[in-house]
Design a protein around this ligand. Structure first.
Ligand SMILES: *[C@@H]1O[C@H](CO)[C@@H](O)[C@H](O)[C@H]1NC(C)=O
Ligand SMILES: *[C@@H]1O[C@H](CO)[C@@H](O)[C@H](O)[C@H]1NC(C)=O
Length: 296
């Protein structure tokens, strides 16, 4: 969605929230370089009624934006995004139905070319892998993929994939953006990882298999019943990673958070403690917190 349209949507939302009977002029500022709308420029609220005598029936909003809101830097935002991935155990995976599906596809013809979004288990396991199969935590999440699942049927038929994760479940742990502003999930981070599925080559070496199991089952203990090679499992599975090629971040409201495409070199170079040489400022994702996280 173009920043301008998001800007308009935000204007209407904020208008509904705050401006019941008060007419206030708006100007939506759009920073094209990052497709970003600046919330602070979207509305101006009078701190005092302008004409008490005639308008004392009007309830004035208490919201007042802070003097100078500043968004975290892009590198800090990328650390936040990597932390969000590290703390996430599910994501919504979007794939495209093939125009030339295999005969056993079991999908109605008219869905060819459509995207489908399905919630899937994920786990940020690269860090746990031995050096022969992992990269020390490069931001490529792991799947225990079922051959029968629509997501992985589509990727097997050539589809790329994007996976969206968010921090919206944590709304009740957060504070309003500023006094008088409502708690708002729309102000919390979400990130979409764009890329492709790469199955671990088989046979998966024993140490890699052990590391995958230990890491993934920590996040998803129930998945033990469909581990690869489980004789009694109804469905066969395989280990795969999402190789991230692009990252789209919405940190929250523009002006308070960054919105736009991340630097993928930074995404891949960030580690839990510090990052690779030449990446950022020496911090790792353990050095940032997401909104409402305890211990910040
Ligand atoms: C998948 O994405 C790559 C870019 O990473 C692109 O070159 C390729 O055409 C895409 N494949 C499909 C089937 O869209
Ligand atoms: C991405 O980050 C790397 C490492 O900090 C830097 O060398 C590169 O110039 C950045 N790329 C862009 C497009 O800013």
């Amino acid at each position: 969605m173009k920043g301008r349209y998001r800007g308009l949507a935000l204007v209407s939302t904020l208008a509904l929230l705050f401006l019941q009977a008060v007419a206030v002029p708006f100007s939506a500022a759009v920073d094209d370089s990052h497709d970003q709308t600046v919330l602070g420029d979207l509305y101006r609220l009078p701190s005092e009624p302008e004409n008490n005598a005639d308008r004392n029936d009007i309830v004035y909003p208490v919201a007042k934006e802070p003097e100078a809101a500043t968004a975290p830097s892009w590198f800090t935002s990328t650390l936040m995004a990597r932390r969000l991935l590290a703390l996430s155990t599910t994501g919504v995976a979007s794939t495209i139905f093939s125009h030339s599906p295999p005969e056993n596809a079991h999908a109605p013809t008219p869905v060819a070319g459509h995207s489908i979004s399905l919630k899937e288990y994920i786990s940020d396991c690269d860090e746990a892998l031995p050096p022969t199969s992992g990269n020390g935590g490069d931001g490529n999440p792991t799947f225990l993929a079922l051959h029968v699942a629509t997501t992985f049927r589509n990727t097997a038929a050539g589809s790329n994939i994007s996976v969206s994760i968010d921090w919206w479940d944590h709304l009740s742990d957060t504070e309003p953006l500023f006094p008088g502003f409502p708690l708002s999930a729309a102000g919390l981070p979400r990130v979409t990882l764009i890329g492709y599925i790469e199955p671990f080559s088989t046979p998966v070496p024993e140490d890699t298999e052990a590391a995958l199991r230990s890491c993934y089952l920590k996040a998803h203990p129930d998945a033990r019943v469909w581990l690869p090679g489980q004789g009694n499992s109804p469905h066969t599975s395989f280990w795969a990673r999402l190789v991230v090629t692009q990252v789209y971040w919405i940190g929250g409201f523009g002006g308070f958070q960054q919105i736009g495409w991340m630097n993928v070199t930074e995404w891949k170079g960030i580690r839990r403690e510090k990052s690779l040489p030449g990446i950022g400022d020496g911090r790792g994702w353990q050095d940032v917190r997401l909104p409402g996280e305890k211990g910040y």
